[in-house]
Write a protein that binds this ligand. Structure first.
Ligand code: SAM
Ligand code: DTB
Ligand code: SF4
Length: 362
């Protein structure tokens, strides 16, 4: 078994990240092959169940209400709509549905009850269910687990230092606390971040230190390349170089040897050859479907053709962990507590976020 370390130092990770590319690829691919089947890729489909109108100021996000982006806002979908879309995803080869909501945090009440019903419904389709709903309390995590949730996605997004330059409406510790709440259940943790937001390599290494320190480490880590959306504070960021993406994936594979490394947002800007190198470097999961949450993604057919070319096979659901049991609402052991948790609202302001908010009279 590959040793899993929780005491990585930023300098050590930076040295790996900056090592000669062929050495880096060889090292990462060697670890990858020991721990995973290099020809198997886990495929998830994203469903934006509640789009836009979010109270947060995440500088990368087109769904923040305060920026002037061109997205189609939507209130929470119905369970029937979600069931239909999940069935479609299953038929196109996806083993997991990841439902995203543009919320700061989950609030107890009828909307959360509806999300729990969506989780039960997808679990009964024999698919892995993932949610990304913002911050959650321990009780909310328990209720999600009981409904049959397989994974919860909650990204650290960058180093603690750079996070403060991108988001002012919550602190890094809030994110870590949510991950800890999820860890108290049998739900697996999916946590990663974004590169290409103007951060330095040391911030990328800093994020990997934070992820590797989590014990156990996340079962899945998305590496997103920023999709620079017009109207957001990061709209002018240049697309991240494919070499940076390959280095980041390879370094993630070395630092998080057992984790599913997800080649996430930004694939429309990457060549198939570039993506192939990411898979060689240890990426073993993607988001499939013509759309991510609000931005484009390669067409499913195109991805399946790429898989065929590379000899890659989509992973079957519940290969890594058995299917969670669904407990029906009426049999639940956990009641809605109507909590009002004290997630932090730091005092600082981020100038470029303020500028984007004020543009066009916002
Ligand atoms: N509101 C919840 C939250 O923030 O945790 C869940 C949805 S949020 C859209 C999920 C993740 O999407 C973010 O943490 C971020 O990593 C990623 N994301 C959002 N906008 C992005 C963009 N423009 N480019 C790349 N990744 C992005
Ligand atoms: C993650 O790390 N990436 C996905 C998923 N988790 C929820 C989201 C990417 C969003 C890209 C921007 C958009 O489409 O709105
Ligand atoms: Fe809201 Fe999540 Fe977007 Fe931040 S990343 S603005 S919390 S939807």
């Amino acid at each position: 078994m590959q040793e899993v370390r929780h005491n990585w130092k930023k300098e050590e990770i930076l040295e790996i990240y900056n090592s000669p590319l062929m050495e880096l690829l060889y090292r990462a691919a060697t670890i990858h092959r020991k721990q995973h089947d290099p020809n198997v890729i886990q495929v998830s489909t994203l469903l934006s169940i509640k789009t836009g109108g979010c109270s947060e100021d995440c500088g990368y996000c087109p769904q923040a209400a305060r920026y002037h982006t061109n997205i189609n806002k939507n209130s929470l979908m119905s369970v029937a709509e979600v069931k239909e879309l999940a069935n479609k995803a299953k038929n196109s080869g996806s083993s997991r549905v990841c439902m995203g909501a543009a919320w700061r945090n989950v609030k107890d009440g009828s909307e959360f009850d509806r999300v729990l019903e969506m989780v039960r419904t997808i679990n009964k389709l024999d698919m892995e269910v993932c949610c990304t709903l913002g911050m959650v309390t321990e009780n909310q995590a328990m209720r999600l687990a009981e409904a049959g949730l397989y994974a919860y996605n909650h990204n650290l997004d960058s180093s603690e230092e750079y996070y403060k330059k991108v988001i002012s409406t919550r602190g890094y510790q809030d994110r870590i606390d949510t991950i800890k709440n999820v860890r108290k259940t049998n739900i697996t943790v999916c946590s990663g971040g974004i590169i290409g937001m103007g951060e330095a390599a040391k911030d990328r290494a800093g994020m990997l230190v934070a992820l590797s320190t989590l014990n156990p480490q996340p079962e899945s880590t998305p590496i997103n390349a920023l999709v620079a959306v017009e109207g957001t504070p990061l709209e002018k960021e240049k697309p991240v170089a494919i070499w940076d993406m390959i280095r980041m994936v390879a370094t993630t594979r070395i630092v998080l040897p057992n984790t599913q490394v997800r080649l996430s947002a930004g694939r429309t800007q990457m060549s198939k050859e570039g993506q192939a190198l990411c898979f060689f470097a240890g990426a073993n999961s993607i988001f499939a479907g013509n759309k991510l949450l609000t931005t484009p993604n390669p067409a499913v057919d195109e991805d399946m053709k790429m898989f065929e070319n590379l000899g890659l096979i989509p992973q079957k659901p519940f290969t890594k962990k058995e299917q969670p049991q669904t407990v029906e609402a009426e049999n639940s052991r956990y009641k809605s507590l109507g909590e009002n948790p004290k997630w932090t609202r730091p005092e600082y302001k981020i100038e470029r976020n303020e500028k984007s908010r004020k543009k066009r009279g916002g």
